[in-house]
Design a protein around this ligand. Structure first.
Ligand code: ADP
Ligand code: MG
Length: 700
């Protein structure tokens, strides 16, 4: 057995009752858990202060001072030991409320001590209560030169009752390392250690707890971060390899008449370079006998749908059927309309299947699917119901990644004996490093270019005092025949947050934009679905001028005639949501606007968010800043990804390292896919235990 799996109670100095609190308070169950309970900071013990320079603002400090006086004062609960110590600059008072007699007996007047503690100032005089005391002798004088960083560990009140404060935990960790350092084995091949100049594993664990100096600490951190990223990527790339080895894919031999006819005669515009590049990537994938799993990232309006359609046409050219799945009925409907108008009449059969498809139509649809006549099926998750059977499904497009679970996707795979190629499209750009981890076993394509001639949306930030200007801009745009969104963060006013209530806002709008000249739609979560749908349709058809809504309109709705997006209390929204909302306009040829309304008081983060929105339209840039502001834990989709299990590495702040590690692991697999080389022996063993229970349902 690996000694680090030993239950924590068996560590010398722990025992049953302390083990109990360690488990309860810190989830430390084993030696290994303790080993990985890393310090949250280090106290610099290389520096010595002079008494004169001490002030209450300082964290823990140490001074060298000679005890000049000591005295026990007070009675019972106020009984305490008060000690005066002095260096050549001044006098400091030290106080003990506990262990009074012990300290009185052991501290020696006239002797110099290294005194370490958190200073306070009382009556203009520096003080410390319960400092650590170490006699300053010739020996300590020599050691003084290499006194170092002292670890500080998270602890709790409960733990402190069991003398497991930071210091107590430090003692346990020291004991663990002393007894078991030799059992910490290297887990990364030595040629990698050398190539990347990594600190050895044993030394790294020692130094993260008890650094010899800052240089060593940084090396230890680097090594442990590398290791965390390494095994995360190792797992992902191993899964990918496993999948590509195990699951054959349909080979699309040719690009035939469907694609060519569309490309040369139907496509109403030239493709952007980014679209061409992505099409090539997909083309290459589908010529290999390996199932494609590709994530297509691109900002709203970057033209993902056309790329998806053209890929589907290649599949059809090779005798396969295709389908496209969207998360909501509205979106499915829109895709259906878009694709139908792109392909035109008498070209290829396209159908729509959603929850509201009539039973009779559904039956016909099923038959046409089975016969193979129906080439393109667009719909919601109704597509994955068991009753939906295809003759030969070869290519699947999934829009809006986040909304579908892995299970649902896997169901689509099983619709054919050879699983179809899968293209997942998302309009929520995420940083490259996050994609590497979240979708680390998918291939990623990026459309990072908008079609030419598009006018970038102009974004402005208005304070409440500029509201009249906002109304003016609305009037101008409506007079031009355009439509306006007004979005609120909440429906019901929460007094505490002092948010603008949507109803109240709608009232103001009605007053400002009265009937019959202006028509207003109001949509929010508390309105019955049918009414909501009705109002949405009125807006889509252009019958209403202003749509006052909560974030229900966030995803996918396409109203090219809408040219103004007003976001109320914009400081309350996250960056990616602001960006998504803004993406609802700028879909036509005309200039569009986004107005961010906010109160005068902004938090630092709020200000950065609004400034970022005003500065850039680039979703990838925005996602980077979002990650920096919020950290990976608050980004959608990270929960199951493993990034939150990282203890030292951080995908927001250690991006360069992650890219380096990813490359390193890719190289390992491309040089030695089976990990058969002797130098990869360590990883082979690791693989065996890690690949257990792996099934293709679990792979994304
Ligand atoms: P996405 O799904 O990425 O948000 P769409 O595929 O819906 O974007 O495209 C947005 C709009 O841009 C559509 O009206 C589409 O027809 C148009 N479009 C796509 N590609 C181009 C291009 N290369 N040139 C001009 N317009 C394009
Ligand atoms: Mg789209």
């Amino acid at each position: 057995m690996n000694p680090f799996e030993t239950p924590i109670e068996y560590l010398k100095g722990v025992g049953a009752s302390r083990a109990e609190v360690l488990k309860k308070e810190l989830e430390i169950y084993t030696f290994d858990d303790l080993l990985r309970h890393f310090p949250y900071k280090y106290i610099d013990r290389t520096k010595f202060y002079k008494v004169r320079n001490i002030d209450a603002e300082l964290p823990y400090v140490q001074v060298i001072a000679r005890i000049t006086r000591k005295e026990i004062v007070g009675e019972k609960r106020t009984r305490r030991l008060v000690v005066q110590a002095q260096d050549d600059t001044g006098l400091i008072e030290l106080v003990w409320f506990q262990g009074v007699s012990w300290f009185d007996k052991n501290l020696q007047t006239g002797k110099a001590y290294i005194i370490f503690g958190k200073p306070t100032v009382f009556n203009g005089k520096p003080q410390m209560s319960h400092p650590e005391m170490e006699l300053y002798t010739t020996e300590t004088r020599q050691r003084k030169g290499n006194m170092t960083l002292q670890p500080a560990y998270n602890s709790t009140e409960k733990l402190k009752q069991f003398t497991l404060d930071s210091k107590g935990i430090q003692k346990l960790t020291a004991a663990l390392l002393e007894q078991h350092s030799k059992d910490i084995h290297e887990n990364i091949p030595s040629y990698i250690i050398e190539k990347y100049r990594l600190m050895g594993r044993q030394e790294a664990f020692k130094n993260i707890h008890f650094p010899d100096d800052t240089g060593k600490l940084n090396q230890a951190l680097h090594r442990l971060k590398f290791e965390e990223f390494f095994f995360l990527q190792f797992k992902l790339l191993k899964n990918k390899l496993h999948r590509t080895q195990k699951f054959k894919g349909n080979i699309f031999e040719t690009v035939g008449p469907y694609f060519n006819e569309f490309y040369h005669h139907k496509l109403p515009f030239g493709l952007t370079n980014a679209q061409k590049r992505v099409l090539k990537e997909i083309r290459i994938d589908t010529q290999r006998p390996i199932q494609m799993n590709r994530l297509l990232q691109g900002d709203v309006g970057s033209g993902k749908t056309v790329v998806a359609l053209m890929s589907m046409l290649i599949a059809i050219d090779n005798g396969f059927q295709t389908c496209m799945m969207a998360p909501t009925e509205i979106l499915a409907n829109q895709h259906f309309q878009t694709i139908k108008s792109l392909v035109g009449d008498n070209f290829v059969e396209v159908a729509l299947l959603t929850g509201s498809t009539k039973k009779k139509d559904r039956k016909i649809l099923h038959e046409r699917l089975l016969s193979g006549d129906l080439k393109i099926l667009i719909g919601t998750h109704a597509l994955i119901e068991d009753a939906v059977q295809y003759k030969n499904l070869g290519f699947v497009v999934i829009d809006e990644q986040h909304r579908f679970g892995v299970e649902q996707r896997a169901k689509l795979w099983r619709k054919n004996t050879v699983p179809p190629h899968v293209l997942v499209m998302t309009a929520t750009p995420i940083p490259r490093t996050l994609a590497m981890t979240l979708y680390g076993d998918l291939d990623v394509s990026v459309i990072d270019e908008l079609p030419a001639g598009r006018k970038p949306i102009q974004t402005v930030h208005f304070y409440e005092s500029q509201r009249l200007r906002m109304f003016g801009l609305m009037r101008e745009e409506i007079a031009r025949g355009r439509q306006v969104y007004v979005v609120y963060p909440l429906i019901q006013e929460s007094e505490k947050l002092d948010l603008k209530d949507l109803e109240q806002g709608a009232e103001v709008m009605r007053h400002e934009f009265p009937l019959p000249k202006y028509q207003l739609s109001v949509v929010h979560g508390k309105i019955p679905a049918a009414d909501k749908e009705f109002e949405m349709q009125r807006f889509i058809k252009g019958e209403t001028h202003i749509m006052v809504a909560t974030t229900v309109i966030e995803v996918g709705v396409n109203v090219p005639n809408a040219s103004v997006m007003i976001i109320e209390n914009a400081e309350r929204f996250g960056l990616s949501q602001l960006h998504q909302l803004r993406g609802r306009v700028g879909r036509g040829a005309e200039q569009s606007f986004c107005i961010l309304m906010s109160g005068n008081k902004l938090s630092y983060d709020g200000r950065v968010r609004l400034e970022t929105m005003v500065r850039t339209n680039n979703g990838f840039e925005i996602s980077e800043i979002d990650l920096q502001l919020r950290g990976p834990g608050n980004i959608e989709g990270t929960q199951q990804s493993g990034v939150l299990d990282l203890k030292v590495a951080n995908i927001a702040t250690d991006q360069e390292l992650l890219v380096e590690v990813r490359k390193c692991v890719e190289e390992i697999f491309s040089n030695d896919a089976g990990l058969a080389a002797p130098e990869n022996e360590i990883l082979r063993r690791d693989t065996i235990s890690r690949s257990e229970g792996l099934t293709w349902d679990k792979i994304s």
